[in-house]
Design a protein around this ligand. Structure first.
Ligand code: SF4
Length: 470
């Protein structure tokens, strides 16, 4: 195996502890590179665990009333997938970057393996379209709600297993030893890419060191196909560590969580990313978390059902859709009618879309008022990444808490923690907006800042309503 160049780490006389922690992080990054076999072994453990929890519970009966997570595999799998995996992968990405993708993700490992032995075709232009992560995220989220993916193992197998099959097929056809699926198509990649922007931990590239290091390049297999030498963003980096120490220029480092977003140029602020954030992560995802507990949803559906019955129109009230189209589990007394399905679609797409558009309109207006070529609406929208990320975590953790409540665990600490997270994220987003708008203090920039706070206030209002009913 090629030896890894050691990064020259200069000890800053007045800041020895900081220099020591930088050196330690750099060493961790180098160790990740040296121990790729161990990381691969870990990925295979995750693959086995993932398939066991995805497939086996499909054949298990419905849990009894008194069943618990610890003694019922079906409940255990449900808790692991939706109560731990998803919420904490989101939180982990905000803190550590996309380590999940590079070190643990079973889908990433499988698509890369398939790509190693596949046809190795070049990536077509249509596949590189930057709207795929948004489309895939919306389709998966909406479909998952229609078939109750959080509740039933059949539905989880269809959604998660379908995604894994698609990842393997893409790997078999396109790229060579790479993760074309993860880079361009994975339904979660858009969200992960946004959240990784505020991660304090990242693989930093120093272009000057790279340029001055004349040592021969090592062949690095960067699976998500990044031009490492020019990498500035953590969005696409899977934090796998394979390039750590390359040319003495790449190291695992700490940074300020605001640095990437504030330093991005107008050209680097992409419309696709902003739309994924506003309509996808803030709009559609919030609506998907909240429809089932919404009094308005129940009210609207009841009114429609009454109207249909009064007009003797029974077709939409039938509940004869198959389980892979709409939830259909008569044994669990859980069956959706066509009207249920249409109302869920309307709530998530209509309600979520309206929320995303309202938030986007506020950001667009703020950017118009600022009239600063360095601050397009796409970049200003990124100020909402912290509140959007915490929103996704809080929404997913509602499932975690539902499980813990059923286990009889004390949850008195939850409201305080939720309030603290919401306050922290709102403060972080407000700080980003402040830094972006108030590059100098004028009437115009103050007005732009005030306008940029409106969409943030709207998101906080929605979460206060959902979490605290206030
Ligand atoms: S740039 Fe590529 S090789 Fe380097 S850590 Fe990120 S994903 Fe891995």
């Amino acid at each position: 195996m090629a030896s890894i160049p050691i990064i020259p780490i200069t000890l800053i006389r007045n800041n020895v502890p900081a220099a020591r922690s930088s050196a330690m992080l750099a060493r961790i990054g180098h160790a990740m590179r040296r121990h790729q076999r161990a990381i691969q072994a870990l990925q295979w453990v995750v693959v086995v665990f993932y398939f066991s929890l995805l497939i086996y519970p499909v054949w298990l009966p419905l849990p009894a009333e008194e069943a618990r997570i610890v003694d019922n595999l079906r409940l255990f799998a449900q808790f692991v997938f939706w109560g731990i995996w998803w919420p904490f992968v989101m939180l982990g990405t905000m803190l550590l970057g996309r380590v999940w993708c590079g070190v643990f993700c079973p889908e990433g490992a499988l698509t890369e393996l398939a790509s190693r032995h596949g046809l190795g075709r070049p990536i077509p232009r249509w596949l590189r379209w930057n709207g795929w992560p948004f489309v895939a995220f919306v389709c998966t989220t909406v479909y998952g709600q229609l078939i109750s993916v959080y509740e039933y193992p059949q539905a989880a197998l269809l959604v998660l297993g379908g995604s894994t099959v698609a990842a393997v097929l893409v790997g078999l056809v396109y790229g060579r030893s790479s993760r074309v699926w993860c880079r361009y198509l994975c339904p979660a990649s858009g969200v992960f890419g946004l959240l990784a922007k505020i991660a304090p931990l990242h693989f930093k590239v120093n272009p000057a060191h790279w340029q001055h290091d004349t040592r021969r390049s090592h062949a690095i297999n960067c699976a998500p196909l990044i031009d490492i030498r020019h990498m500035k963003s953590a969005s696409n980096c899977h934090a796998c560590g394979r390039c750590s120490g390359e040319h003495g220029a790449v190291s695992l480092s700490l940074r300020s969580p605001v640095s990437e977003i504030l330093a991005s140029t107008p050209q680097e602020a992409k419309t696709g990313e902003a739309i994924t954030l506003l309509l996808g992560v803030i709009g559609i995802a919030t609506a998907a978390f909240t429809w089932s507990s919404s009094a308005r949803f129940v009210q609207g559906k009841t009114t429609l059902a009454d109207w249909l019955m009064a007009h003797d129109a029974w077709a939409l009230l039938q509940d004869n859709a198959p389980w892979w189209l709409l939830t259909h589990y008569p044994n669990a007394h859980d069956v959706f009618s066509w009207l249920d399905g249409l109302c869920i679609l309307a709530f998530i797409l209509g309600g979520g879309g309206a929320l995303g558009l309202a938030v986007g309109a506020g950001i667009w207006l703020a950017a118009r008022v600022l009239r600063d070529p360095a601050m397009p609406w796409q970049k200003l929208a990124l100020s909402l990444v912290p509140i959007a990320g915490i929103g996704v975590f809080l929404g997913l953790s509602m499932l975690t808490l539902g499980h813990l409540k059923a286990e009889g665990l004390p949850l008195a600490w939850v409201p305080g923690l939720r309030a603290a997270l919401l306050t922290l994220a709102a403060g972080f987003s407000a700080y980003l907006a402040w830094r972006m708008c108030l590059t100098r203090v004028t009437k115009r920039t103050l007005m732009g800042f005030a306008l940029a706070l409106l969409p943030l206030g709207l998101i906080v209002r929605v979460w206060l309503l959902v979490l605290f009913a206030v």
